[in-house]
Design a protein. Structure first.
Length: 299
């Protein structure tokens, strides 16, 4: 039997214990109040490491020696355990998170290796694990304040899919990174608020359904942008399974997306893709973080 501890750190921290890739026991959350938004924004990086270590230690306390691996999923560019960038948790930018957490855990008597993964990659790993398709290419778009792209199996690279260029229109400059023409500059929540200074994104989608021309035009652009991003990845890595999740996945209409995608992917060997919406949850990323950590042991 393999035992792993999976942790997800996004707007909050959720941790759980996995036995043979399955969750056992209760999840631990910080803060306890699930409704608290941006609870981690003001917590210094060092304290975040302590918070992670406390949750891991509590889950490992039954038998610390039985834990094979610890996986932590965080948003941002993650390479070799280092958080190279993390726009939504800026205090961990540049942090050697795997190393820092390993050290704090060692002081608590926990010696299992720590593996850090991008949160969208962890969702892709979690989907692959829970559906018994760890040997298949699985890709995930996370639609939230930013736009994340994740893939399983992990391959070396940056994979900032949310920042691929989907338009040459020089006026498209709402991306949080400052880049022109980016997918997130059209689809991201913050970007939509900058575009529609008089309407919240929820109102834009609601008015589009009622037939408002300006909003309908934008909702179509939003879906076309996602189709363009998806089509680009199909043309690079091939067809396969694409999943869509995240806080704002409720804005997505698969039929509209599919229509645009069909206009963009015309080579017949590339048309065998599937599209599926997943309700957002923390468990999938948590399982994926643990599974990625176990797989990393074998590399
Ligand atoms: Zn960007």
């Amino acid at each position: 039997m393999t035992t792993a501890i999976g942790v997800v750190m996004t707007e909050h921290i959720v941790a759980g214990r996995l036995e043979d890739h399955r969750l056992t026991g209760n999840l631990l959350r910080y803060p306890d109040d699930a409704g608290a938004l941006d609870a981690l924004a003001a917590v210094p990086g060092g304290e975040l490491v302590e918070l992670l270590a406390s949750q891991i230690a509590s889950l490992a306390s039954v038998d610390p020696a039985s834990v094979d691996a610890i996986g932590v999923a965080v948003p941002g560019i993650i390479r070799s355990g280092v958080v190279e960038d993390s726009p939504n948790l800026p205090q961990i930018k540049g942090m050697r998170l795997a190393e820092a957490l390993t050290k704090v855990l060692a002081a608590r008597g926990i010696a299992a290796p720590v593996h850090v993964a991008n949160d969208a990659d962890a969702i892709a790993a979690g989907v692959a694990a829970t559906r018994g398709q760890l040997n298949k290419l699985t890709r995930v778009w996370t639609i939230g304040n930013g736009i994340g792209y994740g893939r399983w199996p992990y391959v070396e690279g940056v994979w900032e899919g949310g920042h691929i260029t989907v338009t040459l229109d020089a006026k498209e400059r709402f991306c949080g990174c400052g880049g022109v023409g980016h997918l997130e500059g059209i689809m991201g929540y913050r970007a939509m608020r900058l575009r529609f200074l008089d309407l919240e994104p929820e109102e834009v989608f609601a008015l589009a359904r009622k037939g408002d021309d300006r909003c309908r035009e934008f909702v179509d652009l939003w879906h076309r942008a996602l189709a363009a991003g998806t089509a680009s990845f199909i043309h690079l890595a091939g067809p396969g399974r694409f999943y869509f999740t995240g806080h704002n996945v409720g804005f997505l209409e698969l039929s509209l997306l599919r229509g645009h995608l069909e206009s963009m992917v015309k080579m017949s060997p590339l048309q065998s893709y599937s599209l599926e919406i997943l309700p957002p949850d923390d468990e999938t990323a948590l399982i994926g973080a643990g599974v990625s950590a176990l797989r990393a042991l074998a590399w």
